[in-house]
Design a protein around this ligand. Structure first.
Ligand code: ADP
Length: 363
């Protein structure tokens, strides 16, 4: 199926009444501050929500229109797309939107105008592409170990697809690697197919910081908007068990995200943080034009050499943005007001309309 071309979206956008734009997204993930921010900037809002999941959107009073569907993935159905376009909708993408709509559908059949660069979403989903972008950008990432026989030190072993770390494990030798592969197979947490796609990298012993940036296509600049760290089951539960009992439990940790903590970094690390934002956005411009546009997140670990090591990125709003619905210390410094990521996005749309430059930021 052929890719949605830019002209098709521009034509739809041209038909919209710019005085009556609706900000729409799937009701999940990081949509609350998007809706709240959109309303604060004077837009109407529409949620596409799976039946039975609408409570937060009603109770927080952030949505004007409810498009209730049997399952989230119905957002790509013709009928839903037509309803969205009838409302002059601009869609704000986030992690659940990408997961439920499906990357292929977003690239080929979902032609509702979207904030951001729809082509960049694939770069976070495919590990090789993500690595290529980060290497091109010259960002410090965990060293890759090309073969299990070359394990020399502590490594993190990962398998294809985002799976909340299920089946991921830590090993310190080739023997331990093979042993743990056996265990994971027995538990049916991984299959033969997964082993073919195995990815082994340096284990970074450090603290987790997920850095939320906003790249303004209108101003050609990345802004530091906030930071969070992850609260993950079972790894964070395990740290509450005394070390001697951890051994008795004999469980391998998983990293299923259950929540987020707001956090800040020591100030001397912020130069690295800004450099990372600038380097990745510069690299992306060449690799997948026009590059980043709107929210993105670099997931990092900071070791005791004070290196900010990036192990993963999101090329759209990341769930950790929920930690600063009323602004973060950084978004406050930048904008002098408590600005959420959602409100920053809505403001970019508002400025795009004012400057008649929506075409630059919508795909
Ligand atoms: P997924 O995309 O499946 O959720 P991630 O790549 O985000 O998996 O990794 C899950 C968790 O594993 C991370 O939140 C982080 O805590 C930990 N992690 C990932 N890579 C490394 C690494 N190289 N060193 C140490 N911990 C890591």
């Amino acid at each position: 199926m052929s890719k949605i071309n830019r002209q098709e979206i521009t034509d739809i956008l041209d038909g919209y009444n710019k005085e009556d734009i609706t900000i729409a997204t799937l009701g999940s993930h990081s949509s609350l501050h998007m809706f709240h921010g959109a309303k604060a900037e004077g837009f109407k809002t529409a949620v596409v929500c799976e039946k039975g999941r609408e409570t937060p959107y009603k109770r927080f009073g952030v949505c004007d229109e409810f498009i209730i569907v049997d399952k989230f993935s119905d957002i790509v159905n013709d009928e839903v797309q037509e309803q969205l376009k009838d409302l002059n909708s601009i869609v704000f993408p986030h992690g659940s939107f990408v997961a439920y709509a499906g990357l292929d559908n977003i690239e080929t059949i979902f032609n509702v105008p979207m904030f951001g660069n729809r082509d960049i979403l694939r770069w976070e989903a495919e590990r090789d592409l993500e690595r290529k972008m980060m290497l091109d950008a010259g960002i410090r990432i965990p060293k890759k170990i090309t073969d299990p026989s070359k394990i020399d030190g502590t490594v993190m072993v990962k398998f294809p697809g985002a799976r909340g770390g299920r089946g991921y494990f830590v090993a310190t030798s080739t023997e331990e690697y093979h042993q743990k592969i056996e265990t994971m197979m027995e538990r049916k947490w991984i299959e033969e197919e997964d082993i073919k796609g195995v990815h082994i990298e340096e284990y970074v012993l450090g603290c987790n910081y997920c850095i939320h940036y906003f790249f303004s296509g209108l101003n050609d600049e990345s802004e530091l908007m906030g930071m969070d760290s992850r609260y993950e089951s079972t790894i964070d539960g395990l740290t509450r068990v005394p070390a001697k009992d951890q051994l008795d439990l004999s469980v391998d940790p998983s990293y299923v995200i259950t929540g987020n903590h707001p956090t800040v970094m020591r100030e001397s690390l912020l130069t690295q943080v800004f450099d990372i934002g600038d380097q990745i956005t510069d690299a992306a411009k060449g690799l997948v034009p026009p590059g980043f546009n709107g929210p993105f997140c670099m997931q990092t670990l900071v070791n005791d050499d004070l290196e900010v090591v990036v192990f993963e990125m999101s090329a759209r709003s990341d769930g950790g943005t929920n930690t600063f619905m009323n602004g973060s210390p950084y978004s406050y410094l930048y904008h002098g007001e408590p600005l959420s990521m959602g409100r920053r996005m809505a403001r970019e749309i508002k400025n795009g309309i004012k400057e008649d430059r929506l075409d630059d930021i919508i795909t």
